[in-house]
Design a protein around this ligand. Structure first.
Ligand code: HEC
Length: 149
């Protein structure tokens, strides 16, 4: 059976139903110390799938034979910057399986990091990712975050 070209709208619908989750205040992408901490976390925990240069895995819009998707890029070529902070945080903390648990037939290869990373670690790695975006993408994502609150 053919599946939708990409499933992020499904992700958003699924995540909208999650209860609000406490987390430490997200910092912006400009604090060099936070970005440096995030860089180390990214290298240890994310680069194996999302790429050392945030480039993602090849052909990331097409499903793998097992029905999961390859990891998308986190740079401006991907869609990470389309999503508000709350979604990025929850997706990283709880993983895709949790996001899709009520969506039949969707399989996720994105692990949750609730046990491996603190909330602050997650904000740090997101700050590192944001530091790679051009100003336009950052503005878009800031607006998405404001509208989400
Ligand atoms: C085992 C491979 C793997 C690892 C390791 C991994 N991811 Fe993912 N990630 C994925 C896949 C695959 C997706 C695509 C969506 C899905 O399958 O759930 C994804 C999607 C995402 C998304 C949602 C899509 C987007 O671009 O907004 C975010 C955010 C994300 N990952 C962040 C991270 C962060 C941060 C780390 C490191 C702490 C990380 N991921 C580590 C595989 C991985």
């Amino acid at each position: 059976m053919r599946r939708p070209a990409f499933m992020i709208p499904v992700v958003i619908a699924a995540l909208a139903q999650w209860p609000a989750m406490a987390g430490s205040a997200p910092a912006g992408s400009d604090d060099p110390e936070q970005v440096a901490r995030g860089n180390r976390i990214y290298a240890d925990s994310c680069a194996s799938c999302h790429g050392a240069q945030l480039e993602g895995q090849g052909d990331w819009r097409s499903p793998n034979p097992d029905g999961t998707y390859p990891a998308p890029p986190h740079d401006a070529d991907g869609h990470t910057w389309h999503h508000p902070d709350s979604l990025l945080f929850r997706y990283t903390k709880l993983g895709g399986r949790e996001a899709f648990k009520d969506v039949p037939g969707v399989k996720s290869a994105m692990p949750g990091f609730a046990d491996a990373l603190s909330d602050q670690d997650i904000w740090d790695v997101l700050a590192f990712i944001k530091s790679h975006w051009p100003e336009r993408a950052r503005e878009y994502q800031r607006a998405a975050t404001e509208n989400d609150n």
